[in-house]
Design a protein around this ligand. Structure first.
Ligand code: NCD
Length: 321
């Protein structure tokens, strides 16, 4: 990543203006962000955490790609930070009528939006918006093409840290459609930043990544080998919407046998290994129901952590004003 992008997302005095990528962020800043996120966690059944940090501010959620959990999580995070929240309905947005993205952004900016949360299928869109907004406005990347998904990376790191008490010296195996996954990229960026971790990648033909995106990681052919002794297992969804030619990819049954997380495969990992999935899950394809709901699964905890992380990111962005 160029220094340019880093200068754009972090102010001269180290504050987070925009969150475009985890690459290049300061390690102690990221640790502090995760610490801050934990202050927003509450026990189930009690009232959720509230903060008045964004009172009077406006957050616009612009999701130009489908999303359930990330969108709901950003909306609730902004509301629990006391912001006014605008969710743009993509199908009825002016962009669907041919208005340019920048015109949409400038229109909303004229209504005094302070934070844009953006998901888009286009590579470079969050950065492009960040370069065009007024200096007091922040842009948070909620999923950029197959490039990055920084708040997902943060929530994954927080979940791992809660269980392993560290983000260093871990064996982390990511299995599945890594080639089309922004989740894998951001988790890799985060783990790479935080310590010396052994990152193992295993992907079927047609879903293998360009390893230039994952310096120092190892690509495995065999899932059992990649899982053996691992501390953390991450299953990914097959991102069919990004696969132009599905003819080379395995059938769902073959995928489960060769790459799916089932109980036998999980048993090859460390005894205290955790099982993660960013959702949405396709049970029976990349993960079995018993593993997804089993004692090693931390999948619902990832969702809980996502909200806390997004509250902390919104708070950080406000501090950069
Ligand atoms: C992921 C995404 O959109 O990149 N989902 C999410 O944000 N939790 C993964 C996916 O869609 O498979």
């Amino acid at each position: 990543m160029g220094n340019d992008k880093q200068t754009l997302q972090v102010t001269a005095d180290g504050k987070l203006k925009h969150l475009l990528t985890l690459e290049g962020l300061d390690k102690s800043f990221v640790s502090g962000l995760l610490d801050h996120a934990t202050t927003y966690l509450r026990h189930a059944g009690t009232l959720p955490a509230r903060d008045f940090g964004l009172q009077g501010r406006t957050v616009a959620n612009l999701f130009f790609e489908p999303s359930t959990r990330t969108r709901a999580s950003f909306e609730l995070a902004a509301k629990r930070m006391s912001a006014d929240v605008l969710n743009l309905d993509v199908n009825s947005s002016s962009r669907a009528k041919g208005e340019s993205l920048l015109d949409t952004i400038h229109t909303l900016q004229a209504m005094q939006v302070d934070v844009f949360v953006v998901r888009d299928a286009g590579d470079g869109i969050p950065e492009f918006i960040a370069r065009s907004v007024q200096p007091h406005v922040s842009v948070l990347n909620a999923g950029e093409a197959a490039v990055s998904h920084p708040t997902q990376g943060l929530l994954d790191m927080l979940t791992i840290r809660q269980h392993k008490n560290r983000l260093d010296g871990l064996k982390v195996t990511i299995i599945g459609d890594i080639g089309h996954s922004r989740v894998a990229s951001s988790l890799y960026h985060g783990l790479h930043l935080m310590g010396d971790n052994e990152i193992r990648l295993v992907a079927p033909p047609g879903m293998q990544p360009d390893m230039g995106r994952f310096p120092g990681a190892t690509l495995y052919e065999d899932a059992d080998e990649a899982v053996s002794g691992a501390d953390v297992l991450v299953a990914l969804r097959i991102q069919r919407e990004r696969i132009d030619d599905p003819s080379g990819i395995p059938s769902e049954d073959e995928y489960m046998v060769r790459y799916g997380l089932n109980a036998e495969r999980v048993a090859l990992a460390a005894d205290d290994a955790i099982v993660m999935h960013p959702g949405p899950m396709n049970r029976g394809t990349e993960i079995t129901g018993d593993v997804a709901d089993g004692p090693q699964s931390v999948i619902t905890q990832q969702v809980t952590n996502g909200l806390a992380v997004r509250m902390a990111v919104l708070s950080a962005a406000m501090e950069s004003r």
